[in-house]
Design a protein around this ligand. Structure first.
Ligand SMILES: *Cc1c(COP(=O)(O)O)cnc(C)c1O
Length: 407
Protein backbone atom coordinates (compact mmCIF):
# COMPACT_ATOMS: atom_id res chain seq x y z
CA UNK A 1 0.00 0.00 0.00
CA UNK A 2 2.76 2.46 0.83
CA UNK A 3 4.22 1.69 -2.58
CA UNK A 4 0.93 2.81 -4.08
CA UNK A 5 1.08 6.03 -2.08
CA UNK A 6 4.57 6.73 -3.31
CA UNK A 7 3.42 6.26 -6.90
CA UNK A 8 0.48 8.60 -6.33
CA UNK A 9 2.73 11.17 -4.72
CA UNK A 10 5.23 11.04 -7.59
CA UNK A 11 2.51 11.42 -10.21
CA UNK A 12 0.65 14.10 -8.27
CA UNK A 13 3.81 16.20 -8.05
CA UNK A 14 3.83 16.33 -11.83
CA UNK A 15 0.12 17.15 -12.02
CA UNK A 16 0.53 19.91 -9.43
CA UNK A 17 3.39 21.48 -11.34
CA UNK A 18 1.49 21.21 -14.62
CA UNK A 19 4.24 18.93 -15.98
CA UNK A 20 2.30 15.69 -16.31
CA UNK A 21 2.63 14.48 -19.88
CA UNK A 22 -0.21 13.11 -21.95
CA UNK A 23 0.71 11.62 -25.31
CA UNK A 24 -1.16 12.52 -28.46
CA UNK A 25 -2.07 9.30 -30.21
CA UNK A 26 -1.31 9.69 -33.91
CA UNK A 27 -0.82 7.42 -36.88
CA UNK A 28 1.21 8.72 -39.78
CA UNK A 29 0.14 7.71 -43.26
CA UNK A 30 2.92 6.49 -45.54
CA UNK A 31 3.04 8.47 -48.75
CA UNK A 32 0.97 11.26 -47.21
CA UNK A 33 3.32 12.55 -44.55
CA UNK A 34 3.04 15.13 -42.88
CA UNK A 35 -0.60 13.99 -42.81
CA UNK A 36 -1.60 11.74 -39.96
CA UNK A 37 -4.70 10.60 -38.12
CA UNK A 38 -5.21 11.59 -34.52
CA UNK A 39 -7.26 9.30 -32.29
CA UNK A 40 -8.89 11.31 -29.50
CA UNK A 41 -9.22 9.83 -25.99
CA UNK A 42 -12.89 9.03 -26.79
CA UNK A 43 -11.82 6.97 -29.82
CA UNK A 44 -12.97 9.41 -32.50
CA UNK A 45 -10.53 10.29 -35.28
CA UNK A 46 -9.39 13.48 -36.95
CA UNK A 47 -7.11 14.18 -39.93
CA UNK A 48 -4.17 16.30 -38.87
CA UNK A 49 -0.90 17.74 -40.17
CA UNK A 50 2.19 17.03 -38.07
CA UNK A 51 4.20 20.21 -37.46
CA UNK A 52 6.52 19.04 -34.71
CA UNK A 53 7.99 15.83 -36.07
CA UNK A 54 11.69 15.04 -36.25
CA UNK A 55 11.39 13.17 -39.55
CA UNK A 56 12.79 16.43 -40.88
CA UNK A 57 13.09 15.49 -44.56
CA UNK A 58 10.31 12.95 -44.93
CA UNK A 59 12.79 10.07 -45.28
CA UNK A 60 10.54 7.87 -43.14
CA UNK A 61 8.39 7.33 -46.23
CA UNK A 62 11.12 7.35 -48.88
CA UNK A 63 10.49 4.50 -51.38
CA UNK A 64 14.15 3.41 -51.52
CA UNK A 65 14.39 3.27 -47.72
CA UNK A 66 11.21 1.23 -47.47
CA UNK A 67 12.28 -1.10 -50.28
CA UNK A 68 15.58 -1.82 -48.52
CA UNK A 69 13.74 -2.54 -45.28
CA UNK A 70 11.25 -4.88 -46.96
CA UNK A 71 14.06 -6.70 -48.71
CA UNK A 72 16.10 -7.21 -45.53
CA UNK A 73 13.01 -8.27 -43.59
CA UNK A 74 12.15 -10.89 -46.19
CA UNK A 75 15.76 -12.04 -46.41
CA UNK A 76 16.62 -12.31 -42.71
CA UNK A 77 13.48 -12.07 -40.57
CA UNK A 78 12.50 -9.71 -37.78
CA UNK A 79 15.29 -9.32 -35.25
CA UNK A 80 19.07 -9.71 -35.27
CA UNK A 81 19.01 -12.50 -32.71
CA UNK A 82 21.95 -11.39 -30.65
CA UNK A 83 24.38 -8.82 -29.35
CA UNK A 84 27.02 -7.65 -31.79
CA UNK A 85 29.51 -10.08 -30.22
CA UNK A 86 27.23 -13.10 -30.06
CA UNK A 87 25.66 -13.72 -33.49
CA UNK A 88 24.21 -10.21 -33.93
CA UNK A 89 26.62 -8.73 -36.50
CA UNK A 90 25.39 -8.95 -40.08
CA UNK A 91 26.34 -7.59 -43.46
CA UNK A 92 23.66 -4.90 -42.88
CA UNK A 93 25.36 -3.61 -39.73
CA UNK A 94 28.75 -3.57 -41.43
CA UNK A 95 27.34 -1.73 -44.45
CA UNK A 96 25.67 0.90 -42.28
CA UNK A 97 28.86 1.52 -40.30
CA UNK A 98 30.86 1.86 -43.51
CA UNK A 99 28.28 4.31 -44.87
CA UNK A 100 28.50 6.41 -41.69
CA UNK A 101 32.30 6.38 -41.54
CA UNK A 102 32.36 7.57 -45.15
CA UNK A 103 29.74 10.24 -44.39
CA UNK A 104 31.91 11.82 -41.69
CA UNK A 105 35.22 11.01 -43.41
CA UNK A 106 36.29 9.04 -40.36
CA UNK A 107 38.06 5.70 -40.23
CA UNK A 108 35.22 3.98 -38.42
CA UNK A 109 31.69 4.22 -37.03
CA UNK A 110 29.78 2.31 -34.39
CA UNK A 111 26.00 1.91 -34.26
CA UNK A 112 23.96 1.91 -31.07
CA UNK A 113 20.29 1.38 -30.19
CA UNK A 114 19.75 5.16 -30.38
CA UNK A 115 21.70 8.41 -30.29
CA UNK A 116 20.65 8.67 -26.65
CA UNK A 117 22.38 5.39 -25.92
CA UNK A 118 25.35 6.34 -28.13
CA UNK A 119 25.91 9.53 -26.10
CA UNK A 120 25.29 7.89 -22.74
CA UNK A 121 27.36 4.78 -23.44
CA UNK A 122 30.30 6.61 -25.01
CA UNK A 123 30.56 9.49 -22.56
CA UNK A 124 30.14 7.25 -19.53
CA UNK A 125 32.92 4.96 -20.77
CA UNK A 126 35.59 7.45 -21.86
CA UNK A 127 37.18 7.94 -18.39
CA UNK A 128 37.93 4.20 -18.31
CA UNK A 129 39.90 4.68 -21.51
CA UNK A 130 41.45 8.02 -20.54
CA UNK A 131 42.05 7.90 -16.77
CA UNK A 132 41.68 11.32 -15.17
CA UNK A 133 39.64 12.67 -18.11
CA UNK A 134 37.94 16.03 -17.51
CA UNK A 135 34.85 16.66 -19.64
CA UNK A 136 33.83 20.26 -20.38
CA UNK A 137 30.13 20.22 -21.16
CA UNK A 138 27.90 22.96 -22.57
CA UNK A 139 25.16 23.87 -20.09
CA UNK A 140 22.44 23.18 -22.66
CA UNK A 141 23.70 19.79 -23.77
CA UNK A 142 21.07 17.12 -24.35
CA UNK A 143 19.96 14.91 -21.43
CA UNK A 144 21.74 11.90 -22.96
CA UNK A 145 25.12 13.65 -22.78
CA UNK A 146 24.44 14.94 -19.28
CA UNK A 147 23.52 11.46 -18.05
CA UNK A 148 26.59 9.87 -19.62
CA UNK A 149 28.93 12.49 -18.18
CA UNK A 150 27.28 12.41 -14.76
CA UNK A 151 27.62 8.66 -14.39
CA UNK A 152 31.16 8.30 -15.64
CA UNK A 153 32.89 8.89 -12.32
CA UNK A 154 35.25 11.37 -13.95
CA UNK A 155 35.56 15.12 -13.51
CA UNK A 156 33.18 17.47 -15.29
CA UNK A 157 32.99 21.20 -15.81
CA UNK A 158 29.85 22.89 -17.11
CA UNK A 159 30.41 25.98 -19.25
CA UNK A 160 27.67 28.53 -19.84
CA UNK A 161 25.88 27.89 -23.12
CA UNK A 162 28.11 28.80 -26.10
CA UNK A 163 30.26 30.96 -23.78
CA UNK A 164 33.80 30.61 -25.13
CA UNK A 165 35.33 32.90 -22.51
CA UNK A 166 33.88 30.73 -19.76
CA UNK A 167 35.08 27.56 -21.48
CA UNK A 168 38.58 29.02 -21.81
CA UNK A 169 38.57 30.02 -18.15
CA UNK A 170 37.66 26.47 -17.10
CA UNK A 171 40.23 24.87 -19.40
CA UNK A 172 42.95 27.20 -18.17
CA UNK A 173 42.15 26.48 -14.53
CA UNK A 174 42.88 22.74 -14.84
CA UNK A 175 46.18 20.87 -14.89
CA UNK A 176 47.65 21.26 -18.41
CA UNK A 177 48.70 17.61 -18.31
CA UNK A 178 45.19 16.27 -17.55
CA UNK A 179 43.34 14.58 -20.45
CA UNK A 180 40.44 16.78 -21.56
CA UNK A 181 37.39 16.61 -23.78
CA UNK A 182 34.94 19.33 -24.84
CA UNK A 183 31.40 18.00 -25.37
CA UNK A 184 28.89 20.15 -27.23
CA UNK A 185 26.20 20.18 -29.93
CA UNK A 186 26.19 21.64 -33.43
CA UNK A 187 22.52 22.63 -33.19
CA UNK A 188 20.64 23.04 -29.92
CA UNK A 189 17.14 21.89 -30.67
CA UNK A 190 15.08 24.08 -28.35
CA UNK A 191 16.32 27.50 -29.52
CA UNK A 192 17.57 26.18 -32.85
CA UNK A 193 20.94 27.90 -32.39
CA UNK A 194 24.36 26.75 -33.61
CA UNK A 195 27.33 25.81 -31.44
CA UNK A 196 30.55 27.73 -32.28
CA UNK A 197 32.33 24.72 -33.77
CA UNK A 198 35.43 26.42 -35.16
CA UNK A 199 36.10 28.45 -32.02
CA UNK A 200 35.66 25.38 -29.80
CA UNK A 201 38.06 23.40 -32.00
CA UNK A 202 40.57 26.27 -31.70
CA UNK A 203 40.32 26.09 -27.91
CA UNK A 204 40.66 22.31 -28.04
CA UNK A 205 43.88 22.70 -30.05
CA UNK A 206 45.20 25.30 -27.66
CA UNK A 207 44.53 23.18 -24.57
CA UNK A 208 45.23 19.80 -26.17
CA UNK A 209 41.63 18.62 -25.61
CA UNK A 210 39.55 16.12 -27.56
CA UNK A 211 36.28 17.28 -29.17
CA UNK A 212 32.94 15.47 -28.94
CA UNK A 213 30.05 16.86 -30.97
CA UNK A 214 26.38 15.85 -31.03
CA UNK A 215 25.15 16.51 -34.58
CA UNK A 216 21.79 14.82 -34.02
CA UNK A 217 19.78 17.82 -35.26
CA UNK A 218 22.11 18.43 -38.20
CA UNK A 219 22.98 15.11 -39.84
CA UNK A 220 21.23 14.67 -43.16
CA UNK A 221 20.38 18.38 -43.22
CA UNK A 222 23.61 20.41 -43.22
CA UNK A 223 26.80 20.13 -45.24
CA UNK A 224 27.08 19.20 -48.92
CA UNK A 225 26.69 15.46 -48.13
CA UNK A 226 24.53 15.83 -45.05
CA UNK A 227 27.33 15.13 -42.57
CA UNK A 228 26.29 18.09 -40.44
CA UNK A 229 27.33 21.61 -39.53
CA UNK A 230 30.98 20.61 -39.01
CA UNK A 231 31.03 19.52 -42.64
CA UNK A 232 29.35 22.73 -43.78
CA UNK A 233 31.92 24.79 -41.85
CA UNK A 234 34.94 22.77 -42.98
CA UNK A 235 35.65 21.61 -39.41
CA UNK A 236 34.87 17.90 -39.70
CA UNK A 237 38.47 16.71 -39.51
CA UNK A 238 38.94 18.63 -36.25
CA UNK A 239 36.22 16.66 -34.46
CA UNK A 240 37.43 13.57 -32.60
CA UNK A 241 34.05 11.94 -31.98
CA UNK A 242 30.82 12.82 -33.77
CA UNK A 243 27.47 11.52 -32.54
CA UNK A 244 24.42 11.29 -34.79
CA UNK A 245 20.98 9.74 -35.01
CA UNK A 246 19.37 7.64 -37.71
CA UNK A 247 15.92 8.48 -36.35
CA UNK A 248 15.46 12.17 -37.17
CA UNK A 249 16.43 13.42 -40.65
CA UNK A 250 17.29 9.87 -41.71
CA UNK A 251 13.76 8.86 -40.76
CA UNK A 252 14.53 5.37 -39.43
CA UNK A 253 15.94 4.36 -36.02
CA UNK A 254 19.24 4.03 -34.18
CA UNK A 255 22.25 6.15 -33.30
CA UNK A 256 26.00 6.10 -33.79
CA UNK A 257 29.39 7.60 -33.23
CA UNK A 258 32.10 8.06 -35.87
CA UNK A 259 35.78 8.54 -35.00
CA UNK A 260 39.25 7.13 -35.58
CA UNK A 261 39.52 3.35 -35.88
CA UNK A 262 41.28 3.15 -32.51
CA UNK A 263 38.72 5.32 -30.71
CA UNK A 264 35.84 3.26 -32.11
CA UNK A 265 37.65 0.03 -31.25
CA UNK A 266 38.12 1.19 -27.65
CA UNK A 267 34.47 2.24 -27.20
CA UNK A 268 33.31 -0.96 -28.89
CA UNK A 269 35.41 -2.94 -26.42
CA UNK A 270 34.59 -1.09 -23.20
CA UNK A 271 31.09 0.45 -23.38
CA UNK A 272 28.48 -1.70 -21.58
CA UNK A 273 25.71 0.16 -23.45
CA UNK A 274 27.14 -1.17 -26.68
CA UNK A 275 28.28 -4.62 -25.57
CA UNK A 276 25.39 -5.97 -23.52
CA UNK A 277 22.42 -5.26 -25.75
CA UNK A 278 20.91 -6.77 -28.87
CA UNK A 279 22.03 -5.20 -32.14
CA UNK A 280 19.61 -3.33 -34.41
CA UNK A 281 17.23 -5.46 -36.46
CA UNK A 282 18.80 -5.96 -39.90
CA UNK A 283 15.83 -4.31 -41.64
CA UNK A 284 16.41 -1.16 -39.58
CA UNK A 285 20.12 -1.13 -40.41
CA UNK A 286 19.35 -1.69 -44.11
CA UNK A 287 16.84 1.18 -44.25
CA UNK A 288 19.13 3.54 -42.37
CA UNK A 289 22.08 2.79 -44.66
CA UNK A 290 20.03 3.60 -47.73
CA UNK A 291 18.71 6.79 -46.14
CA UNK A 292 22.23 8.00 -45.29
CA UNK A 293 23.34 7.13 -48.80
CA UNK A 294 20.40 8.85 -50.51
CA UNK A 295 20.87 12.05 -48.48
CA UNK A 296 24.54 12.27 -49.48
CA UNK A 297 23.35 13.61 -52.83
CA UNK A 298 19.84 14.95 -52.03
CA UNK A 299 20.76 18.63 -51.80
CA UNK A 300 17.31 19.53 -53.17
CA UNK A 301 15.70 18.19 -49.99
CA UNK A 302 18.06 20.21 -47.77
CA UNK A 303 17.36 23.31 -49.87
CA UNK A 304 13.59 22.80 -49.75
CA UNK A 305 13.68 22.38 -45.96
CA UNK A 306 15.64 25.60 -45.49
CA UNK A 307 13.35 27.45 -47.89
CA UNK A 308 10.24 26.32 -46.04
CA UNK A 309 11.79 27.25 -42.69
CA UNK A 310 12.65 30.72 -44.02
CA UNK A 311 9.16 31.23 -45.44
CA UNK A 312 7.46 30.15 -42.21
CA UNK A 313 9.70 32.40 -40.08
CA UNK A 314 9.21 35.35 -42.40
CA UNK A 315 5.45 34.99 -42.41
CA UNK A 316 5.12 34.54 -38.65
CA UNK A 317 7.45 37.48 -38.09
CA UNK A 318 5.33 39.50 -40.50
CA UNK A 319 2.45 39.00 -38.06
CA UNK A 320 4.62 40.24 -35.21
CA UNK A 321 5.03 36.83 -33.61
CA UNK A 322 8.03 36.43 -31.33
CA UNK A 323 10.08 33.97 -33.37
CA UNK A 324 13.40 32.77 -32.02
CA UNK A 325 15.39 32.93 -35.28
CA UNK A 326 18.91 31.58 -35.09
CA UNK A 327 19.16 30.67 -38.75
CA UNK A 328 18.44 26.94 -38.47
CA UNK A 329 15.53 24.83 -39.73
CA UNK A 330 13.86 24.90 -36.29
CA UNK A 331 11.12 27.51 -35.78
CA UNK A 332 10.39 28.18 -32.09
CA UNK A 333 7.56 30.62 -31.31
CA UNK A 334 7.94 32.10 -27.86
CA UNK A 335 4.70 31.98 -25.84
CA UNK A 336 6.11 32.60 -22.37
CA UNK A 337 3.73 30.75 -20.08
CA UNK A 338 2.65 27.12 -19.84
CA UNK A 339 -1.11 27.76 -19.77
CA UNK A 340 -1.25 29.71 -23.04
CA UNK A 341 1.27 27.37 -24.62
CA UNK A 342 -0.91 24.33 -23.90
CA UNK A 343 -4.08 26.22 -24.86
CA UNK A 344 -2.66 27.25 -28.24
CA UNK A 345 -1.50 23.73 -28.91
CA UNK A 346 -4.91 22.26 -27.96
CA UNK A 347 -6.82 24.72 -30.13
CA UNK A 348 -4.48 24.28 -33.10
CA UNK A 349 -5.10 20.55 -32.94
CA UNK A 350 -8.85 20.50 -32.30
CA UNK A 351 -9.92 23.46 -34.45
CA UNK A 352 -7.34 23.49 -37.22
CA UNK A 353 -5.96 19.95 -37.36
CA UNK A 354 -2.46 21.29 -36.72
CA UNK A 355 -0.35 19.22 -34.38
CA UNK A 356 2.42 21.00 -32.50
CA UNK A 357 3.37 19.84 -29.02
CA UNK A 358 3.73 22.56 -26.34
CA UNK A 359 7.29 22.74 -25.00
CA UNK A 360 7.18 23.50 -21.30
CA UNK A 361 9.42 23.27 -18.24
CA UNK A 362 11.66 21.30 -17.60
CA UNK A 363 12.52 20.88 -21.30
CA UNK A 364 12.94 24.67 -21.42
CA UNK A 365 13.27 27.21 -18.55
CA UNK A 366 10.05 28.55 -16.99
CA UNK A 367 8.85 31.70 -18.72
CA UNK A 368 10.23 30.55 -22.08
CA UNK A 369 7.46 28.08 -22.92
CA UNK A 370 7.11 27.76 -26.66
CA UNK A 371 5.64 26.08 -29.69
CA UNK A 372 8.34 24.53 -31.83
CA UNK A 373 7.58 24.02 -35.52
CA UNK A 374 9.67 21.80 -37.77
CA UNK A 375 8.90 22.61 -41.40
CA UNK A 376 10.09 20.03 -43.90
CA UNK A 377 10.22 19.59 -47.67
CA UNK A 378 6.95 17.65 -47.48
CA UNK A 379 4.98 20.56 -45.99
CA UNK A 380 3.49 22.40 -48.97
CA UNK A 381 2.62 26.08 -49.33
CA UNK A 382 -1.06 25.42 -48.62
CA UNK A 383 -0.21 23.79 -45.28
CA UNK A 384 2.14 26.64 -44.39
CA UNK A 385 -0.60 29.12 -45.25
CA UNK A 386 -3.13 27.26 -43.11
CA UNK A 387 -0.70 27.24 -40.18
CA UNK A 388 0.09 30.95 -40.44
CA UNK A 389 -3.62 31.89 -40.59
CA UNK A 390 -4.44 29.67 -37.63
CA UNK A 391 -1.61 31.15 -35.55
CA UNK A 392 -2.76 34.66 -36.44
CA UNK A 393 -6.34 33.96 -35.34
CA UNK A 394 -5.38 32.19 -32.12
CA UNK A 395 -2.72 34.71 -31.15
CA UNK A 396 -5.41 37.38 -31.25
CA UNK A 397 -7.89 35.15 -29.45
CA UNK A 398 -5.44 34.59 -26.58
CA UNK A 399 -4.54 38.31 -26.57
CA UNK A 400 -0.86 37.46 -26.76
CA UNK A 401 1.86 40.01 -27.19
CA UNK A 402 3.19 40.60 -30.71
CA UNK A 403 6.45 42.22 -29.70
CA UNK A 404 9.59 41.03 -31.47
CA UNK A 405 12.11 38.98 -29.53
CA UNK A 406 15.74 39.46 -30.36
CA UNK A 407 17.46 36.19 -31.06
C1 LIG B 1 16.90 13.44 -30.02
C2 LIG B 1 18.27 13.73 -29.51
C3 LIG B 1 19.14 12.70 -29.15
C4 LIG B 1 18.68 11.27 -29.09
O1 LIG B 1 18.48 10.74 -30.36
P1 LIG B 1 17.70 9.35 -30.47
O2 LIG B 1 18.31 8.66 -31.64
O3 LIG B 1 16.27 9.71 -30.66
O4 LIG B 1 17.94 8.62 -29.19
C5 LIG B 1 20.45 13.00 -28.83
N1 LIG B 1 20.89 14.27 -28.83
C6 LIG B 1 20.07 15.30 -29.14
C7 LIG B 1 20.61 16.68 -29.14
C8 LIG B 1 18.74 15.06 -29.48
O5 LIG B 1 17.92 16.07 -29.73
Amino acid sequence: MTYDHALDAALNRLHDEGRYRTFIDIERRRGHYPHAVWTRPDGSEKEITVWCGNDYLGMGQHPQVLAAMHEALEATGAGSGGTRNISGTTVYHKRLEAELADLHRKEAALIFTSAYVANDATLSTLPRIFPGLIIYSDALNHASMIEGIRRNGGARRIFRHNDLAHLRELLAADDPAAPKMIAFESIYSMDGDFGPIKAICDLADEFNALTYIDEVHAVGMYGPRGAGVAERDGQMARIDIVNGTLAKAYGVFGGYIAASAKMVDAVRSYAPGFIFTTSLPPAIAAGAAVSVNVLKTAQHLRDAQQTNARILKMRLKGLGMPIIDNGTHIVPVHVGDPIHCKMLSDMLLETYGIYVQPINFPTVPRGTERLRFTPSPVHDSRQIDHLVRAMDALWGHCALNRAELSA
